[in-house]
Design a protein around this ligand. Structure first.
Ligand SMILES: [Fe+2]
Ligand SMILES: [Fe+2]
Length: 265
């Protein structure tokens, strides 16, 4: 089984390149499943039901979120009833939304997806390791392949989780920093790992937001509107191959689609 995990989709530019490239990527890369982190899809922060539908229509099968999960509160009813979108599993039990999503890939493999928030430089959350254990207990035998999106700020958080779960999940792939790391690898136990798969959105920016606005606020402390930038839109993602019989990853590679690639797709 082969799946693509797409990193933080930021605003309209991010959604647009997903729409323009994912159907072609499914063909070209023989993808059996597509998972995407969409916590920044709505104007750079949050996700709306209409945008979730737009991503599903483009070929995304399952959606993960992060610290911006509830920024657009109209998503909350959908989080409660749509089995395809997960909130971080280490929020309080009272937080709305489900923490485990399942899908059947095009080759028939049963896939389980969940996400967790790291603890370094993020809001205070429950222990992601304990929370991941709880989710793993619920996944059960029927899921052959499991992906954890670890939404974290620090590479130390990400590596600790990857090593902790090595051999017990198919992939631990990071999001949230919006910068792809060059450390994609399959750990000895068979878990595919990458600290951060990178951002799907405008790269002529600071983490997807207009450079001038972010700089002004950084330099003067005057608040500005951190509007989503426009230039150099890229889709950043990572492709993982796995053996459904063992649940172990066999290969991992980074993937980038630039605007100039779209015409050929
Ligand atoms: Fe993000
Ligand atoms: Fe985030």
């Amino acid at each position: 089984v082969r799946f693509l995990f797409i990193g933080d989709i930021v605003g309209k530019p991010g959604r647009t390149i997903v729409r323009q490239s994912v159907p072609g990527l499914i063909e070209r890369e023989n993808l059996d499943l597509v998972v995407a982190n969409a916590e920044n899809a709505a104007g750079g922060s949050g996700l709306t039901p209409v945008m979730a539908e737009e991503l599903f229509a483009a070929g995304v099968d399952l959606i993960t979120l992060g610290d911006h999960v509830y920024k657009r509160k109209e998503i909350i009813p959908l989080l409660e009833r749509d089995g395809r979108i997960v909130r971080p599993c280490n929020f309080p039990a009272t937080a709305p939304g489900i923490t485990l999503a399942k899908a059947t890939a095009r080759d028939g493999t049963h896939v389980a997806v969940f996400c967790a928030l790291g603890r370094v430089f993020t809001r205070p959350v429950d222990c992601p390791f304990t929370a991941a254990e709880e989710v793993l207990k619920r996944i059960g035998e029927e899921s052959q392949v499991t992906l954890l999106d670890l939404h974290a700020e620090a590479t130390s958080d990400m590596q600790a989780m990857g090593r902790y779960l090595d051999g017990r999940v198919t992939a631990v792939l990071g999001t949230h920093t919006h910068v792809a790391t060059a450390d994609e690898q399959v750990f000895p136990g068979g878990t595919a790992f990458q600290c951060d798969v990178g951002m799907t959105g405008p790269h002529d920016s600071i983490l997807g937001r207009r450079t001038d606005r972010v700089l002004e606020t950084t330099l003067t402390f005057r608040p500005t509107a951190f509007d989503v930038a426009k230039g150099d839109v890229r889709l950043c993602g990572t492709v993982v191959d796995a053996d459904p019989a063992t649940g172990k990853a066999t290969a991992i590679r980074r993937l980038v689609v630039r605007e100039s690639d779209i015409a050929e797709m």
